[in-house]
Design a protein around this ligand. Structure first.
Ligand code: TYM
Length: 329
């Protein structure tokens, strides 16, 4: 029997090459061999203010991005999180199983709290309990994500295990699927910081997948490197060049050492030119697919079909949970 796989992306900010490489590419590669679910995490997006009039458009834009990245609705149940209310109900029940201390120790929560000067909305604190519900609701065992989400998958396992012990086994426990390379694509201008989709639209270190390719070329050419002029992977001492090596290796589906060998005698200028060409090739192909899908009426139909299947599965699971917890159904 196929294992169930799930992942999600928040419809906030602008989708980056990091989101593609860190999570969606792996999902796409595995979708056929798994019982696959992918969703737009719009409820998670609401943990920070989103302009209501823009939300629908943003969700459809992201849906078209997923499909253009290769999410295949014939293989994958593809839906919008808020359309399946069971996520909220299970999120609430899971929150009861969680200690405040566990949530307030989460790295992302602490970082966001610090950034906001100490005062944060409850939504940011309980964000991981909703994420745990997203995963446990489908008995997902495989969750492709970037390494910034590792802790959230770990707490999902802990919470699932806790509920299983307390009320009798009801959830399968998930594992994150984090690739060895590409799990944390870095900002081209500051290779010690991750590429972030909340970066301003004109950020020179972030490759947004809907960027004009001329701008992307400039960003890659201007990427911060070092003075060594050797194309060698060394994350610690050469974070900028290592980041470019990873991007090229993953887009070409080759290994890091393949890239090192190929560019043994090249300088940084020549190497950046090749990376820029490869990213441009990827983006042009991606953007052509995106435009076509975004304009077609299939998009809504695909999401509705995915939602139907997801709801069926989620309803059945929630009934089991309620029965085990003694909640009348
Ligand atoms: P989000 O929307 O921040 O990011 C989507 C996915 O992209 C990965 N990612 C990266 N990978 C490599 N390099 C980067 N620079 C980079 N930036 C982001 C993220 O790790 C993520 O996999 N909480 C999640 C959404 C979510 C979810 C879920 C995911 C909600 N429920 C259930 C999996 C399962 C989030 O905010 O991802």
């Amino acid at each position: 029997m196929k294992k169930t796989m799930i992942t999600g992306v928040q419809p906030t900010g602008n989708f980056t090459l990091g989101n593609y490489i860190g999570a969606i590419k792996n999902f796409v590669n595995l979708q056929k061999s798994h019982d696959s679910f992918i969703f737009i995490a719009d409820l998670h997006g609401l943990t920070t203010y989103q302009e209501p009039a823009k939300i629908n458009k943003t969700i459809l834009d992201l849906a078209a991005i997923y499909l253009a990245c290769g999410v295949d609705p014939k293989e994958t149940n593809f839906f919008v999180q808020s359309k399946v209310d069971e996520h909220c109900v299970l999120g609430f029940l899971i929150a009861f199983q969680c200690r405040v201390g566990e949530l307030s120790r989460m790295t992302q929560y602490k970082a966001k709290k610090e950034k906001s000067g100490g005062s944060v909305d409850l939504g940011l604190l309980i964000y991981p309990t909703l994420m745990a519900a997203d995963i446990l609701l489908y008995d997902a065992e495989v969750v492709p994500v970037g390494s910034d989400q590792r802790q959230h998958i770990e707490i999902t396992r802990d919470l699932g295990e806790r509920v299983n012990k307390k009320y009798g086994g009801m959830f399968k426990l998930p594992d994150y699927y984090i690739s060895k390379y590409g799990h944390r694509i870095m900002n081209l201008q500051n290779p010690l910081e991750k590429m972030n989709k909340s970066a301003p639209a004109d950020d020179k270190g972030t490759i947004f997948v809907l960027d004009d390719v001329k701008i992307t070329r400039k960003k890659i050419k201007a990427a911060v490197t070092d003075n060594d002029n050797k194309i060698k992977y060394d994350e610690k001492n050469k974070p900028g060049i290592s980041n470019l090596i990873i991007i090229l290796a993953i887009l070409r589906d080759v290994t890091i050492s393949d890239i090192e060998k190929e560019f043994e005698n090249s300088n940084y200028g020549e190497f950046k030119e090749v990376v820029a060409n490869e990213v441009e090739r990827f983006l042009l192909d991606f953007q052509a697919k995106y435009q076509k899908i975004r304009e077609s009426d299939e998009l809504i139909k695909i999401l509705q079909a995915g939602e139907k299947e997801a709801r069926k599965r989620a309803q059945a699971k929630l009934e089991t949970v309620k029965t085990k917890m003694g909640i009348m159904i």
